[in-house]
Design a protein around this ligand. Sequence first.
Ligand code: GAP
Length: 425
Amino acid sequence: MREIVALCKRRGLIFPGSEIYGGMANTWDYGPYGVLLKNNVKRAWWEDMVMKRADVVGLDSSILMNPKVWEASGHLKEFTDPMVDCKACKKRFKGDDITGDKCPACGGELTEAKQFNLMFKTNVGPVDGENIAYLRPETAQGIFVNFKNVLDSTRVKMPFGIAQIGKAFRNEITPGNFTFRTLEFEQFEMEYFVYPDKADEAFSEWTQARLGWYIGLGINPSKIKLQPHPESDLAHYAKAVTDVEYEFPFGWSELEGVANRTDYDLKQHEKFSGETLRYTDDEGNKVEPYVIEPSGGVDRATLAFLVDSYAVDKAGDEERVVLRLHPRLAPIKVAILPLVKKDPVAPKAKEIYESLKGKWFVEYDESGTIGKRYRRQDEIGTPFCVTVDFENLETDSVTVRLRDDMKQEVVAISELANWLSSRLG
Ligand code: GAP
């Protein structure tokens, strides 16, 4: 992990938050390449979960919601972790992580466990203590409260899903492991509404589909698995949960949870809001749908793609660091590297750069040896480097160097955009 954190800082992927002020623990900022990578993760999810599916629509609901939402959802009462402090060394622990009755760090005496609500509280308006609101701890509730709006404004038919990507906030007792567990993070969540007798089938379909999504984007299949939760460890709203887990350097950990939330949320919102939240089928029957929820963390997925693609191998005699990211995820898709800065090579290379840069994120780099320039692109996972030299220009071609096996192919300039398009999508 140390190598990956260092690479992220050095190459503008992820920076420590508020660094010039000494930082703020467990906050991270995505740099120029990091924001492209994270956006690509979100785009891949949005394309695969919404754009390519006729049965899923999108949503972007607000972070601040009427506090009654959190009463109805159970978060005000149930979204707590037991918190334990060491009286000697003052370290703080999640009660669930403690086995004996002594501090795991220094052996000191521990306080009684206190239930601690993970929601961040804030005030709306100028008067402290009035008009309390919460930063949402999950995006899901924004979907449930808009269930009726979506039914009334679209032509969705059950089974159907409502998907959204957005920020969520949790005052975690034990954040850490880089971007794995933070206070502020992004989720991609989908609530898939089904007839109750179809819920088990949809649950197993979605667990398989979500596992397949990560593998399809390049995650090594031996490093990812499905992990069903024991019944004793289910969230207050769930009948069944299976996690998608990835083997990070710090151990197997949850990337995403797929839950059968039953009709819990819609029923609760009916009770608290007084609105009827039912689906009317073709025969006019009012149905209380069950909900299958694949809920993942954008930052965790991004971290898994980074960790999984990271490799150190050899380029000739030199060691190179390379991110073997799936082309859909790579921050920069193509780098244009003229072998000399002189006419007519550099102007031609610039012309090629200009012709491609509206289609993909493309970089132009003419500084340093070609070896150094390849290394820079390898480190951020650029799948294709296009070099231009005098010889190429005689045949109106370029040489494309492939990131993973470093093989080279000569491609006609007139064909380059098509050649790239068929490999990048
Ligand atoms: N709506 C259900 C829900 O929120 P969750 O398992 O608590 O379920 C879903 O969260 C996903 O959100 C997790 O699988 C994880 O990827 C991400 N996540 C949760 N807490 C996080 C945190 N503190 N930092 C980063 N990601 C987090």
